[in-house]
Write a protein that binds this ligand. Sequence first.
Ligand code: AMP
Length: 468
Amino acid sequence: MTNESFRTNRPGNPRGPRAGKPHFRGGKPGASHRRHQSEPEEKFIRRAIPEIDTPFTRMGIDPRVAINLSGLGIENPSPIQEKSIPAIVEGRDLLGLAQTGTGKTAAFGLPMLTRLLNIGRKPEPRTCRALILAPTRELATQIAENIDNYAIGTPIRQYRVVGGASINVQVQRLERGVDVLIATPGRLIDLIDRGAIDLSQTRYLVLDEADQMLDIGFIHALRRIAKMLPRERQTLLFSATMPKLMEELADSYLTDPVRVAVNPPGQAAEKIEQGVHFVNQGDKATLLAEYLSKHRDELAIVFGRTKHGSEKLSKLLEKWGFKVAAIHGNKSQGQRERALASFRAGDTKVLVATDVAARGLDIPEVAHVYNYDLPNVPENYVHRIGRTARAGRDGRAIAFCSPAEIGELRAIERAMKAKIAIVGGEEPFEAAKIRERGGPAGRPQGAGAARKRPARRPSRAPKAAQRA
Ligand code: AMP
């Protein structure tokens, strides 16, 4: 599947990119102003430059890009955009620390498109001018959709390359060259190895979710990719969290960067109501069904730790009558995309996912996040709960903590520098004592004792679920 199919409005997104858009001067209102393939670029550029004055044009964003924003519900710059855009337009490198949902994509996308529009000619075959790397296919897709919307009516072409889709189609498309290439690192390396893309003319590099990109799973691919890029380039790193060690590594990719932080990194969005529910592992499914039953019409993401466990849980919830889809590494790309599309559209109300869905996914209607299993990387907790309370809405995040997960809970609280309120169940006695003392995190002795009890399988659906 190529990203051409993402050009239409997103399902479930009521804000069409063209809604409420100002008219072009001399253009045909209502007519599609996306340039036809055979139309000469020069002619198009002359026709399409609108005369508008918006907070974005005042920050240096090209009017051809700025004109698309109000139709997307973007009227005024968000704090991260206010701080980043002028520096990026100027050509500076940037390290942006911002929570999820703060408008990061536009913060780098708008000035990048502005700079690309200034080039005024087509890219060479098998090259890209700007490269955006993201850790998951879903995130790459979402970025591609956003960039596509921001670039409507401009000659800028973006293309998304991710694993799980036909590489031959991608090789063919890259023949023509592309302005903006959005990629997951693994597939990009495959394409480089096939000679399908050459990065020697890539002057812009964006690492989204940079802390994950610089982590062990991606760093080797990233090093290989970085070696092929020209030294003379603009590099932009964005992340919600940036551990100290990672920051040093990040610095090695940047030249005299501007540092921008809109919220202390690692802290959760203020609007997320968080809670922890203490529960035995074997009772988690029943508890989850109780929570889900209370909010049947609202969208919820349930995070599990393993692919197998998440699949099993989604099957169980389905049996209990919930409209559920699962997304994890054992699903094909097609299945992942279909699951996400039906969740975005609200046809599926519950998405059970592993950490592939933890970062960056922007579905404003998500009202609940359940950490069915606590993540063993504490930063992932912040990413996971950031899937809710997006676009100024409220959201709830409940962590299910079994006696064996007290250590993970403490590590999360330490990373966030905040305690999570207890909303249900009983905190194991030893753990509570340690918490009171503010003592070291880690597995309290009591947890071991509790773990000796065999985990009970959910034997029956809760009443509410049985009724469904
Ligand atoms: P992001 O942090 O890039 O995932 O963006 C989160 C959401 O905020 C997306 O749906 C954007 O369309 C939206 N958004 C980005 N910038 C703004 C803005 N300045 N005003 C309102 N919404 C925005």
